[in-house]
Design a protein around this ligand. Structure first.
Ligand code: ATP
Ligand code: MG
Length: 134
């Protein structure tokens, strides 16, 4: 998912090009916006953490662009391409990553990636329903 900071800064097309250049294909994508209830549900694993309220405020601050990416080892590959959570750390340890290039800090970090097949299934269903076809 391309997060509100990166949609706002008009980086969607550039990030899509990077994704294609890395050999992923797009199964589904759309423009949408999270309301407070859906953002809380999406990030339920972080409910109760100190940064949760500001994460919800950030994630509901503007449109997002969820995408279903397909490719060999897609989960690991996409998370490597995103770089570490903290964009400032990414600029040091993963300078070629998307967060290094487009992220601001450890919250406004431009992109989200599912971290396991189970969360990918849940998050695909969250945004696109149970139909996994293109
Ligand atoms: P994502 O789940 O969005 O792909 P991630 O797996 O790298 O990112 P998580 O630890 O799952 O990171 O945190 C989810 C999101 O919450 C982060 O991407 C970031 O936007 C925000 N976040 C995480 N840690 C912090 C923090 N310490 N302060 C502020 N925001 C944070
Ligand atoms: Mg995560």
């Amino acid at each position: 998912m391309i997060k509100p900071d990166c949609v706002r800064n008009k980086h969607v097309d550039e990030i899509r090009k990077i994704i294609l250049a890395q050999g992923f294909s797009f199964v589904k994508e759309k423009d949408t916006k999270l309301d407070v209830a859906s953002a809380k549900s999406f990030y339920q694993e972080h409910n109760g953490k100190e940064f949760f309220p500001s994460l919800i405020e950030f994630m509901t601050s503007g449109p997002v662009h969820p995408m279903v990416l397909e490719g060999e080892g897609a989960i690991k590959k996409w998370r490597a391409l995103m770089g570490p959570t903290d964009s400032n750390k990414a600029r040091i340890t993963a300078p070629d990553s998307i967060r290094a290039a487009f992220g601001t800090d450890n919250q406004m970090n431009c992109v989200h990636g599912s971290d396991a097949p189970e969360s990918a299934a849940r998050e695909i269903s969250f945004f696109f329903g149970d139909d996994k076809q293109a």
